[in-house]
Ligand binder design. Structure first.
Ligand SMILES: Nc1ncnc2c1ncn2[C@@H]1O[C@H](COP(=O)(O)OP(=O)(O)O)[C@@H](O)[C@H]1O
Ligand SMILES: Cc1ncc(COP(=O)(O)OP(=O)(O)O)c(N)n1
Length: 267
């Protein structure tokens, strides 16, 4: 039984955060566990409110997993503030977890802040060096590296800068790219750049794509895949999930977490 822990925020609308992560773990045959960092009141229209947990409450949830069940892979998502980042980093070190996927969540699609601006430094200093792979979108990669990203060369430069910060592997996700035809993610392991491209699906129902993608990478690692294999499967998983979109609510609907299992959506 392979087990994965997500340390992230709750999305009441069910499309992103803890809910997206646990659904993705389940679909990829991994037993999902959670440590909740914040409760968001959220739906397809946006984030209406954020209620952060105390760093003690977050640490305690992680201890409950670490002292008893253990985890084959761990993912972090919304961490909200520097205190939570520091206590999560301490606990990851305490339990010796190495398969750590950091999705450096900063801003939700509707513009709500999911990470305080002053916490970016804590993320870089404490958490990024503990990760096996990080999965920023383009604005997050720009914020972490202070590099504007417009071209492929800019992406490569940002990826190099992230490795210089102590990151071992990075996937810069391409959902925010301007290419109308392809959605291309750039993988870099310090040696080779690999582009993973799929057809861009014209839809507004992309709420939770980043969470779902990084959760699928985490599930792959929990199942014993290599980092690159886990990223490849995650790319197929998110493509199927966007293609099989769930048109609910009045804004950006969520992706379909069971679509990958249904072969008709696989590419
Ligand atoms: N419209 C789309 N069609 C196909 N793939 C997409 C689309 N939007 C995002 N993706 C993919 O979804 C994943 C998450 O990317 P992105 O949207 O950039 O993350 P985030 O939700 O963190 O902003 C990436 O693999 C990206 O290529
Ligand atoms: C609780 C919570 N965590 C993370 C996010 C961001 O999710 P993401 O996958 O980046 O998708 P969008 O919000 O950008 O659609 C979130 N919204 N809520």
């Amino acid at each position: 039984m392979n087990k994965a822990l997500t340390i992230a925020g709750s999305d009441s609308g069910g499309g992103a955060g803890i809910q997206a992560d646990i659904k993705t773990f389940q679909e990829l045959d991994v037993f999902g566990m959670s440590a909740i960092t914040a409760v968001t009141a959220q739906n397809t229209l946006g984030v209406q409110a954020v209620y952060p947990m105390t760093s003690e409450a977050v640490a305690k949830q992680i201890e409950s997993i670490g002292e008893d069940i253990g985890a084959d892979a761990v993912k972090t998502g919304m961490l909200f503030n520097a205190e939570i980042i520091e206590s999560v980093s301490e606990k990851i070190k305490q339990y010796g977890w190495e398969n750590v996927v950091v999705d450096p969540v900063m801003i939700a699609k509707g513009g709500a802040s999911l990470l305080q601006a002053e916490a970016v430094h804590a993320l870089i200093r404490h958490l990024l060096p503990l990760s096996i792979v990080i999965t920023p979108n383009i604005p997050e990669a720009e914020a972490l590296t202070d590099t504007p990203i417009r071209t492929r060369e800019d992406k490569e430069e940002a990826a190099r800068k992230l490795l210089a910060l102590g990151v071992k592997n990075v996937v810069i996700k391409g959902g925010h790219d301007e290419d109308p035809n392809q959605s291309s993610d750039l993988f870099f392991d310090g040696t080779e750049f690999v582009t993973l491209s799929t057809k861009r699906i014209p839809t507004n129902n992309t709420h939770g794509t980043g969470c779902t993608f990084s959760a699928a990478v985490t599930a792959g690692l929990a199942n014993g895949a290599s980092i690159y294999e886990a990223v490849q499967t995650a790319k197929s998983f998110i493509q199927a999930a966007i293609k099989g979109q769930v048109p609910i609510g009045h804004g950006h609907g969520p992706t379909n977490h069971w679509a990958y299992r249904k072969s008709s959506h696989k590419e």
